[in-house]
Ligand binder design. Structure first.
Ligand code: BES
Ligand code: MN
Ligand code: ZN
Length: 492
């Protein structure tokens, strides 16, 4: 379901809407615009504030019954104490849209006081994130029990300058988030490597981008022994997917976005415990982030060149699967000892990172649900950020701040290389428990030449096993925002 967004200067005194959302900071007072709402509600707004029923805290929601004339319902949403108003508005908008969608009001009017175009963009993206759901595999309830989905929202702005542009950008980025979350939520038997390839082709067809899809035979010709070692346990054809977006002159070097696309990660022969294994359908969220970002970047028509690369397969135990102790040769020529078949993401990425060299990118940013260790280090609050170039790391961290997808840098000092030395090969694919997210990044670094490169470990941020209030459990859309802001930042 798509959300139709409009912006206008809303006159609260003459407003007729099924739902008015008021986003309020802590200790809000009733100024002239809100006084009209308060009057229409017979003073209920002032009473809620005076009695401190509503205090404007983060994620706080109070539902007031509206009036026969004017807003039929009023939802007070707290912005909380925040240093970044845009981020607070985005979150509040998600909370509001999620509620509104569940209530079945169909449309809402958002009033959060004056907003800059950047803040308006946050509100619009937040509304889209909040009402998102994946219902394809649920039988719809009987007609009389159905609630009207949220299909339209009007956002109040005082100043319309730049508003249409901000809304268009939000809609483009929202489409990217929707796509990434949809792919993430799809079960492994539906979102297969072939499905990811079909989605890439569809993006290409709709936006006129070149898409290439390689299978097992082509990977063999390219001698991608690392990627193929992961895929050798599954009958499904692995897919290396390349999408090229050309928004700048052909002489401008592209940025490369690379994504881990494990449509299911059982661990392989080093099989994972059964409890929670179903979450490993989300092991393609890096790839979903790349596809979502390509969708958004194409819609935004950014004047940049971007090459998106996805490595899609599943990690399965079988008679043909790679075994602990096996040594495989990556496309770069390096020999890798596979200590643990569950450290498969880095094997796939090793060959992808080598492959993107042919596009001579000015920068490479990869995203992968790579390590449980990153979840231990940063929880679901921040993406792990690693890189070989401090300027590029700073650029990506800043993109994370702008997109409300925070990242935090972890070091990849050479001392960590010690842990992944192999007795029999050039490198081994696990380094033991200490600094697990770092040794994984350190492994990847061996397959990147001197190109500025950043690795994003999104294991803790791309999906959530618990309800996050602003969005339900499941895929968050990370790292679509970081990718898109990074690309936008390059042409600012
Ligand atoms: N896909 C997992 C990492 C993961 C774990 C993502 C939890 C999201 C939540 C990855 O392929 C993996 O299994 N990594 C291992 C590496 C270990 C064997 C060195 C891990 O983190 O346990
Ligand atoms: Mn694994
Ligand atoms: Zn994995």
């Amino acid at each position: 379901m798509t959300l139709t967004l409009t912006v206008r200067r809303v006159d609260l005194a003459a407003l007729d809407t099924p739902l008015l959302v008021l986003a309020l900071p802590p200790a809000a007072t009733i100024g002239p615009p809100l006084a009209a709402v308060d009057a229409a509600l017979g003073g209920a707004l002032a009473r809620a504030l005076d009695r401190r029923d509503f205090r404007g805290g983060r994620d706080e929601v109070v539902h007031l019954s509206g009036s026969a004339k004017g807003p039929a319902r009023v939802l007070l949403i707290g912005l909380g104490k925040s240093t970044d108003r845009g981020v607070a508005l985005r979150r509040a908008a998600s909370v509001a849209a999620r509620r509104a969608h569940g209530m079945g009001v169909g449309t809402l009017t958002w009033y959060g006081g004056p907003a800059t175009p950047a803040e308006l963009e946050h509100v619009a993206i937040g509304l889209g994130l909040g009402m998102w759901e994946y219902t394809d595999l649920k039988t719809p309830p009987p007609t009389d029990e159905r609630r009207t989905p949220l299909t339209a929202a009007t956002i109040h702005v005082d100043d319309l300058a730049g508003a249409d542009q901000a809304l268009a950008a939000a809609q483009a980025i929202g489409a990217g988030y929707d796509l990434a979350r949809r792919l993430g939520m799809m079960p492994g038997n539906v979102c297969t490597p072939d499905h990811l390839a079909d989605v890439a082709r569809d993006i290409g067809r709709r936006h006129g981008l070149d898409v290439q899809v390689l299978g097992r035979r082509e990977l063999e010709s390219l001698r991608m022994g690392a990627f193929l070692s992961v895929a050798q346990g599954t009958p499904q054809d692995p897919r290396l997917i390349v999408i090229e977006y050309k928004g700048a002159a052909p002489t401008v070097k592209p940025v490369a976005l690379v994504g881990k696309g494990l449509c299911f990660d059982s661990g392989g022969i080093s099989i994972k415990p059964a409890g929670g294994m179903e979450f490993m359908k989300f092991d393609m969220c890096g790839a979903a982030g790349v596809l979502g970002a390509m969708e958004a970047i194409a819609r935004l028509k950014l004047p940049v060149n971007v090459v998106g690369v996805v490595g899609a397969t599943t990690n399965m135990p079988s008679g043909t699967a790679v075994k602990p102790g096996d040594v495989v040769q990556a496309a770069s020529g390096k020999f890798i000892e596979v200590i643990n078949t569950d450290a498969e993401g880095r094997l796939v990425l090793a060959d992808l990172l080598d492959y993107v060299r042919r596009y001579e990118p000015s920068a490479i940013v990869d995203a992968a649900t790579l390590t449980g260790a990153c979840v231990i280090a940063l929880g679901h609050v921040a993406t792990g950020v690693f890189g070989n170039n401090d300027g590029l790391v700073a650029e990506v961290l800043a993109a994370g701040v702008r997109s409300a997808e925070r990242g935090w840098q972890l070091p990849i000092w050479d001392e960590y290389r010690e842990w992944i030395k192999s007795d029999v090969a050039d490198i081994k694919n696990t380094g033991g428990r200490p600094a697990g997210a770092i040794t994984a990044a350190k492994f990847l670094q061996d397959f990147v030449d001197t190109t500025p490169w950043v690795h994003l470990d999104v294991a803790g941020t791309a999906y959530s096993e618990t309800d996050l209030v602003a969005i339900p459990k499941g895929p968050t859309g990370v790292p679509v925002g970081m990718f898109v802001e990074f690309a936008r930042g390059r042409v600012r």
